[in-house]
Ligand binder design. Structure first.
Ligand code: ATP
Length: 233
């Protein structure tokens, strides 16, 4: 359902991403593993239309050419981004933050159903609807950020380092929610440094190093690979 090829991004003279290619099937969870500065956020931002890609890049979501669309149309086409650092409206309540995700005309009418889907994945949020988002713990805020993205009824959810700043226990709780999102048919692509916990819930993965995709495999293959063990585990 997602097919990316020939994706390059330059910041001035620095080539941060070089001819990246990857794909994600419907309902699949795919992780891109890389260390600091490898190009993970750049990859995610390029797909979401937030940085300019070099000519020749192709990003197809169920056949729609995202690389030809501005960022707001990309959301409408079914791609939702949960940025690194979450970017919640910290003085607004959980409910207000979630509802901001339902801003598109095509999603506003289904906001109540979407909210129910968010509660099915994150039951805690239903009890915290009136809590000010900024007063929640890091893990809870990440749930709100993912919930807000789910409110756009995405075909593909992009997560930029969701485990950042979370304890292994909170990360595990958060990651356990991803298979239930994928089971509803929404594909999940996450970029992570936390290989152990992300590979535990992913179907497949890619390795990215200095802007280049250097490996790929099933989650099991990557967990057992000597290269991954050495670099990340
Ligand atoms: P981290 O895990 O630290 O977030 P990352 O894998 O997400 O790292 P990117 O943020 O994609 O890495 O950065 C890839 C490279 O591009 C790095 O060398 C970074 O310094 C550089 N870079 C990122 N954004 C910009 C920018 N706006 N201008 C110039 N260089 C940038």
């Amino acid at each position: 359902m997602l097919d990316v090829s020939n994706l390059s991004v330059r910041y001035g003279r620095h080539l941060a991403l070089e001819n990246a290619a990857l794909n994600v099937a419907k309902g699949e969870i795919v992780v891109v593993l890389g260390s600091n500065g490898a190009g993970k956020s750049t990859l995610i931002k390029a797909m979401a239309g937030l940085v300019r890609t070099e000519p020749g890049a192709q990003i197809l979501l169920e056949g729609q050419a995202l690389h030809k669309l501005p960022a707001h149309r990309i959301v409408d086409a079914g791609l939702a981004l949960v940025p690194e650092g979450r970017h919640l409206f910290s003085t607004l309540t959980v409910q207000e933050n979630l509802m901001l995700g339902a801003f598109l005309p095509r999603t506003r009418a289904h906001a109540q159903d979407s909210m129910e889907r968010v509660f099915a994945v994150f039951p805690k949020l239903e009890q915290r609807l009136s809590q000010i988002a900024g007063t929640m713990s890091g893990g809870e805020q990440q749930m709100v950020a993912i919930g807000r993205a789910m409110m756009t009824c995405p075909r593909l959810l992009l997560l930029d380092e969701p485990s950042l700043g979370l304890s292994p226990l909170l990360t595990s709780e958060l990651f356990k929610a991803l298979p239930s999102i994928a089971a509803t048919g929404t594909s999940v692509l996450l970029v992570e440094q936390n290989s152990h916990q992300s590979l535990a819930i992913a179907d497949r993965g890619y390795l990215i190093e200095k802007g280049l995709i250097t490996g790929e495999g099933t989650a099991k293959e990557l967990l057992e690979s000597a290269e991954v063990q050495k670099a990340y585990l």
